[in-house]
Design a binder for this molecule. Structure first.
Ligand SMILES: Cc1cc2nc3c(=O)[nH]c(=O)nc-3n(C[C@H](O)[C@H](O)[C@H](O)COP(=O)(O)OP(=O)(O)OC[C@H]3O[C@@H](n4cnc5c(N)ncnc54)[C@H](O)[C@@H]3O)c2cc1C
Length: 557
């Protein structure tokens, strides 16, 4: 759907103020950034600060912790499996290392576990690569340039972005591992954007003091995922991939070691037992839970499964009280709602402006601050752009980019978005885009140390399912980095555990029974819910009433 006549009229206001804003940019004059105090003040508009959005966990190792209602509901739910009916004595598969999740973290982990001599099974919910990693656009941060940048500055930026709450040991691993990961990816064949002389191109991201974001056009995640998936799939002797086979419960042996998982085959509806000497949780995030009814950028399988399984098995949660809302999700046309408009647009010079065509915030504030400023502008200041569906948005002035950086820049640097909007008859080199914050990233997750160990022996975690490295707020480009750096660490550590520390014993699901008992003891009403969710449910209540299941159990029987 192209812009309506009303919206076209409002675009005139943006066009009127654009020459002056472009002039300022060209002179290097930026809209004043907020002070630390102003940032703190504005954060009260962030959804994380809405008390009604959170509730307390009543059971388990993080009992008393207040996190999003939607995750708490899944923790206050029963297992999908009936523990007395499952026979664990005759596993369907055995491996040194079981990797759960086929995104960036899981695939990096599988490759590194193999490099360290492990036979690996990678089990994933949908197809290998159906993951948030595949959808990442803007880039991956790494201090690869010797001039003006170093892991030291990267460390300071990451800590500042996380409001200095980040786990320093994890951040140290992240920034020191970054240049090596870029080298590793290039060696495997990833094609990052480069200058004609072969130097890697880099850009700024929100909250960064140096240009260190490497990218492949606006399809960086797809390029990374393509590369590592191809590599993993070429080692068929050592890495077996089970697609459409989500894990539904971890298995713990009588010696207290995580020893694999129960999988559920989505096609045949069979349960599959995988016995492994070490297990890596790499199931990504939870954006498809649509916290506080926000639209989301996330892929279909991002339903917090790994959090639920590992929590039942005793692993604590960290930093889950914060959720990242990306400041710029598409809000028009409606078909593209929630879709990420990468921060790289703002890095390339596009301002954020209100209904009057006025800039109201520096466009490269950290994400939580930027999102809060947009929400305030629309809700409190009443200066959002009214949309045909009754919602509001603000303008992202993309035409500034070609004016500042030369004609053709948008088409070259943002081919994915240019093509997408062209289909709706919107030319983003001529007209601005309408945006609003969209649910994007799970800042926190399972508690890990710098070896990706969890508190459960034999269970490792890496990527978006884990919490700590980004503290309360992740900076752009640090997640693709997190999943490759920590995916690799987890792979190596798990292979080491499988070879040197694993002790064989009878497989059990006793932790699941124990968890059920605790739910009962604490008087938690599970309301018939089961978890993990596996797939989100968009059917309406009338349809649900007419479904054949005798009891409605979420998306699956
Ligand atoms: C649109 C978008 C753009 C982004 N852009 C950037 C960017 O430019 N730079 C950046 O650094 N970060 C970016 N991010 C964030 C980053 O891409 C993700 O945080 C990161 O890729 C997560 O990787 P992961 O391997 O932890 O999870 P994922 O890549 O999501 O992979 C998780 C995998 O686990 C599978 N899974 C889930 N549950 C189960 C289960 N029960 N059993 C088995 N498998 C399961 C999923 O299906 C999926 O395959 C972006 C995210 C999105 C959504």
């Amino acid at each position: 759907m192209p812009y309506t006549p009303e919206l076209k009229k409002l675009i005139k206001r943006v066009e009127k103020t654009r020459p002056e804003r472009v002039e300022r940019k060209k002179k290097g004059e930026e809209f004043p950034a907020l002070s630390l105090k102003e940032r703190e003040d504005i954060l009260k508009y962030h959804p994380d600060f809405k008390d009604e959005g959170r509730s307390e966990i009543k059971v388990g190792s993080s009992k008393g912790y207040k996190i999003s209602n939607e995750i708490v509901d899944l923790l206050h739910a029963e297992s999908r499996v009936s523990t007395e009916l499952l026979d664990l004595s005759n596993p369907d598969y055995e491996a040194d290392v079981l990797v759960i999740g086929g995104g960036g973290a899981g695939t990096s982990a599988a490759l590194t576990a193999r490099e360290n001599g492990a036979k690996v099974i990678l089990a994933t919910k949908l197809r290998h690569g159906d993951a948030n990693t595949m959808m990442a656009e803007g880039g991956i941060q790494a201090a690869t340039k010797n001039t003006k940048d170093s892991p030291y500055y990267h460390y300071l930026d990451a800590m500042g972005g996380g409001h200095f709450t980040n786990d320093p040991d994890l951040v140290e691993e992240l920034v020191n591992g970054a240049p090596l990961v870029i080298q590793w990816l290039e060696k495997l064949g990833a094609m990052f954007s480069k200058f004609d002389d072969g130097r890697l191109k880099t850009m700024h991201g929100g909250g960064t003091s140096r240009k260190r974001m490497h990218y492949a056009g606006d399809i960086t995640g797809a390029e990374i995922m393509r590369t590592i998936r191809d590599e993993a799939r070429s080692h068929t002797d050592d890495i077996k991939v089970l697609e459409f086979s989500p894990a539904v419960e971890l298995i713990i042996n009588k010696k207290g070691i995580c020893s694999g998982a129960v999988l559920y085959n989505l096609e045949t509806e069979e349960y599959i037992i995988v016995k492994a000497k070490a297990t890596i949780m790499a199931t990504g995030g939870s954006g498809r839970l649509h916290m506080q009814n926000f639209m989301t950028t996330n892929h279909y399988g991002a339903t917090a499964d790994g959090l639920i399984m590992a929590y039942r098995a005793g692993v604590s949660l960290k930093f889950l009280h914060t959720v990242q809302y990306h400041p710029t999700g598409a809000v028009f046309p409606e078909q593209s709602e929630g879709l990420l408009i990468t921060e790289k647009f703002r890095g390339a010079g596009a301002n954020i402006v209100n209904v009057e065509g006025k800039q109201f915030v520096y466009e490269r504030e950290p994400r939580d601050v930027e999102a809060s400023a947009i929400i305030r502008e629309c809700i409190e200041a009443g200066k959002g752009i009214p949309l045909p569906n009754g919602k509001y948005g603000v303008w992202l002035d993309s035409p500034m980019i070609d004016i500042i950086k030369g004609e053709g820049t948008v088409r070259k640097e943002f081919p994915g978005k240019w093509i997408l909007f062209k289909r709706y008859d919107i030319d983003i080199t001529k007209d601005p885009m309408l945006v609003y914050p969209t649910l994007h990233y799970q800042n926190g997750g399972l508690e890990i140390n710098s070896k990706c160990e969890t508190s459960l022996p034999g269970l490792y975690a890496g990527g978006e399912v884990s919490g700590g490295v980004h503290g309360e707020n992740r900076l752009m480009g640090n997640s693709l980095l997190d999943v490759t750096v920590f995916g690799r660490i987890a792979g190596e550590a798990a292979a080491g555990f499988a070879h040197n520390k694993y002790k064989d014993a009878k497989l059990t699901l006793e932790h699941v029974d124990k968890y059920h008992k605790e739910l009962k003891r604490e008087g938690v009403d599970t309301k018939g819910r089961v978890s993990p969710m596996l797939l989100p449910d968009y059917s309406n209540p009338d349809v649900r009433k007419r479904q054949l299941t005798t009891q409605y159990l979420g998306t699956m029987r």
